[in-house]
Design a protein around this ligand. Structure first.
Ligand code: F6P
Length: 363
C-alpha cells in the first residue's frame, strides 16, 4: 500500500500527459495509491485540493492533449526551507513515500535538494509537532524519480527530452509556411526559436528547413559574421534562390557572450544585401498543440519505467532520472545529470564552446 505522487513542473511540454497517464496506470497496476499534485511544486506547498487521488479513468483521453492537464508552475516558495517544510508535511499526511517529478533542469535540481534535506525536514516537522514519531518512521525515506519534460532538449544524460520532437515538428511546419510566402515575395526571413541556452531546436530546425544560416549559443559565429552572412545570402541569390531563411536561437550569443537578436541580424542583412527582410518570432506555439507520436510513446515509456524504478528502489538509492539512451529507457543518477548540465552552463560562461558541445553529448 504505497503512495505515489506525480506532478509536472516548470514550462509545460508536449508528451507530459502521456507520462502522467503512464505513471498513474502503472502505479495502480502494481497496487499503489496514486495522487496527482496539481500546479507543480506550488500545489505541493499549498496542499488541499491540489492533491487528487487518481483512478484508471482519470487519465483517459489525455494522451493526445498538449500541455499538462494537471497544471504546472514555476514556484519560488519551494526554493526556501519553509516551502519545503509545507510540501513535506503535505506528502506525509497522505502517506506518500514516492515522487515522480516531470520537468526540466530546475525542477529536477529542486527535487534533488528536497531529497537531500529530507531527514532534516522530518526532524523539524517532528519537533514542531506537525508529524508523529510513527509518521516520521514510516516516511524516513522519500523515493524520487525524475522524467525530463522540456522542449529545449537541454538536459544532459538523455538523448531526447519529452516535448522536443513535437516542438521541432511545429517549428518545421512554421518554416514551411514562411518559406512559401518568402518564395512568393523573394524575401529573407529571420525566425527566432525557443530553447533557452540550448541551440538544439535551432540547429535541427536549420537542417530541416534548409536554412542559410543558424545562430546557436554553443557555437557563436566568428567575429566577422556580418560579412560572412551577407556573402552567404548574396551567393544563394546568385545561384537562383528566391528566398533565405535564417534561424536564431533565443539564447544566441556572439564570441563575447553578448546576445544576438533577430533585430540585429535583420539590420546586418539589410545593410549588407538590401534584401526585403522580415522577422518571425515563433514563441509559445512551439510548446502548445498536440504531441507527436514520438513524444506520446516517449512519455508512456518513461512514465512506466519511473514506477518500476520506484518499486525497486532501496533506501540507499539516490534519486534517478529515466533517460533515453540508444532508444532504451535507462536509469541515470539525477545528480550526475544535474552536475553535467551545470558544467555546460559553466563551459559556456567561460567561452569554452567545444567543451560545452562535448558535455551536451547530443548530435
Ligand atoms: O524551457 C522551456 C521554454 O519554453 C524555453 O524554451 C523558453 O525560454 C521558456 O520556456 C519560456 O518561458 P515562459 O513560458 O515562462 O515564457
Amino acid at each position: 500500500d504505497q503512495g505515489i505522487a506525480v506532478f509536472t513542473s516548470g514550462g509545460d511540454s508536449q508528451g507530459m500527459n502521456a507520462a502522467v497517464r503512464a505513471v498513474v496506470r502503472m502505479g495502480l497496476y502494481v497496487g499503489c495509491r496514486v495522487y496527482f499534485i496539481k500546479e507543480g511544486y506550488q500545489g505541493m506547498c499549498d496542499g488541499g485540493d491540489n492533491f487528487v487521488e487518481a483512478s484508471w479513468v482519470s487519465v483517459s483521453g489525455i494522451i493526445h492533449k498538449g500541455g499538462t492537464v494537471i497544471g504546472s508552475a514555476r514556484c519560488m516558495e519551494f526554493r526556501e526551507r519553509p516551502g519545503k517544510l509545507k510540501a513535506a508535511k503535505n506528502l506525509i499526511k497522505r502517506g506518500i513515500t514516492n515522487l515522480v517529478v516531470i520537468g526540466g533542469d530546475g525542477s529536477l535540481t529542486g527535487a534533488h535538494m528536497f531529497r537531500t534535506m529530507w531527514a532534516d525536514l522530518l526532524e523539524e516537522l517532528l519537533k514542531n509537532g506537525d508529524i508523529s514519531e510513527a509518521e516520521k518512521t514510516k516516511h524516513s525515506h522519500l523515493n524520487i524519480v525524475g522524467l525530463v519534460g522540456s522542449i529545449d532538449n537541454d538536459f544532459c544524460g538523455t538523448d531526447m527530452t519529452i516535448g522536443t520532437d513535437s516542438a521541432l515538428h511545429r517549428i518545421m511546419e512554421c518554416c514551411d509556411a514562411i518559406s512559401a510566402t518568402a518564395y512568393s515575395h523573394q524575401r529573407c526571413f529571420i525566425m527566432e526559436v525557443m530553447g533557452r541556452h540550448c541551440g538544439y531546436l535551432a540547429l535541427v530546425a536549420g537542417l530541416t528547413s534548409e536554412a542559410d544560416y543558424v545562430f546557436i549559443p554553443e557555437n557563436p559565429p566568428p567575429t566577422n559574421w556580418h560579412e560572412i552572412l551577407g556573402d552567404r545570402i548574396k551567393s544563394a541569390r546568385a545561384m537562383g534562390h528566391r528566398l533565405n531563411v535564417i534561424i536564431v536561437a533565443e539564447g544566441a550569443i556572439d564570441q563575447d557572450g553578448n546576445a544576438i537578436s533577430c533585430e540585429m541580424v535583420k539590420k546586418v542583412v539589410v545593410d549588407e544585401t538590401g534584401m526585403d527582410t522580415r522577422i518571425t518570432i515563433l514563441g509559445h506555439v512551439q510548446r502548445g498543440g498536440a504531441p507527436s507520436g514520438f513524444d506520446r510513446v516517449l512519455g508512456s515509456r518513461m512514465g512506466a519505467e519511473a514506477v518500476l524504478a520506484l518499486m525497486e528502489a532501496t533506501p540507499s538509492d539516490e534519486p534517478c532520472v529515466i533517460s533515453l539512451a540508444g532508444n532504451q529507457a535507462v536509469r541515470v543518477p539525477l545528480m550526475q545529470c544535474v552536475l553535467r548540465t551545470q558544467a555546460v552552463t559553466k563551459a559556456m560562461a567561460e567561452k569554452n564552446w567545444a567543451e560545452a558541445c562535448a558535455l551536451r553529448g547530443k548530435s
